[in-house]
Design a protein around this ligand. Structure first.
Ligand code: ADE
Length: 225
């Protein structure tokens, strides 16, 4: 049986999964409530990690140690950096980078690298399924840092530097932890805001509908795996 772990920063980013998968048990571990479901022929692990790089890396390691997943999916919302995106598009990260560390002289140090690549086969499959089902999406870089980006100046600076589609606060640290453990991963994010001067207000505006776009893509993938 394949095991797929789905990790999100916020409770609201996980609600859809609990409705879809009907968990059979909840494992409590320190601060975490980890939901375990059996869906078709797969075991699904769902958990909220909290915001930021340390929270997300710590939980990812714990989930890998406890459940040995075949695939880890980080699902939630992000701030759009590419102004041509729209709220109905889902970003599938093919690569993740940190935007808040400087690795200039260390970038060749193994096992630390500064770019982490999502599992190409699963990404391709998801791209095909979403195209077939008319679910709007784009594939590209997501950059992660311990900052909620909420000024147009910083948004433009990040876009100029990385040409990333979006920014958030957990994807790269989850990817990094998976990389260190040789576990496949995907990062799937819908847009909650555009990381600009309006981001603080925009973030909570109909957040449920926005989070569900990414979550629905994950469920579609799992049904087709
Ligand atoms: N997650 C969602 N929106 C974000 C933003 N603007 N900056 C960082 N993380 C985010």
């Amino acid at each position: 049986m394949k095991t797929i772990a789905i990790i999100s920063a916020l409770e609201s980013e996980q609600e859809y999964f609990r409705e879809q998968f009907n968990p059979i048990k909840m494992d409590k571990f320190n601060h975490y409530e980890i939901y375990v479901s059996e869906f078709e022929d797969k075991k699904i692990i769902n958990c909220v990690c909290g915001i930021g790089k340390v929270n997300s890396a710590a939980l990812t390691q714990r989930i890998i140690d406890m459940y040995n997943p075949d695939l880890v999916i980080n699902c939630g919302v992000c701030g759009g950096l590419d102004k041509s995106l729209s709220f109905d598009e889902v970003i599938l990260a093919d690569k993740l980078k940190y935007h808040d560390i400087n690795l200039d002289i260390f970038s060749n140090n193994i096992p630390y690298t500064d770019t982490f690549e999502a599992d190409p086969e699963t990404l391709k499959k998801l791209d095909e399924i979403m195209t077939q089902e008319n679910l709007k999406h784009r594939i590209g870089l997501i950059v992660t840092g311990d900052q909620f980006i909420s000024t147009t100046e910083k948004q433009e600076e990040l876009f100029e530097k990385y040409h990333a589609l979006g920014t958030e606060m957990e994807g790269c640290s989850i990817a990094h932890t998976c990389y260190l453990n040789d576990v496949k991963f995907l990062v799937i994010r819908s847009l909650s805001d555009f990381a600009d001067d309006d981001a603080d207000d925009e973030f909570y505006n109909d957040l449920e509908t926005k989070t569900r776009k990414a979550a629905h893509s994950v469920v579609v993938l799992i049904k087709n795996m």
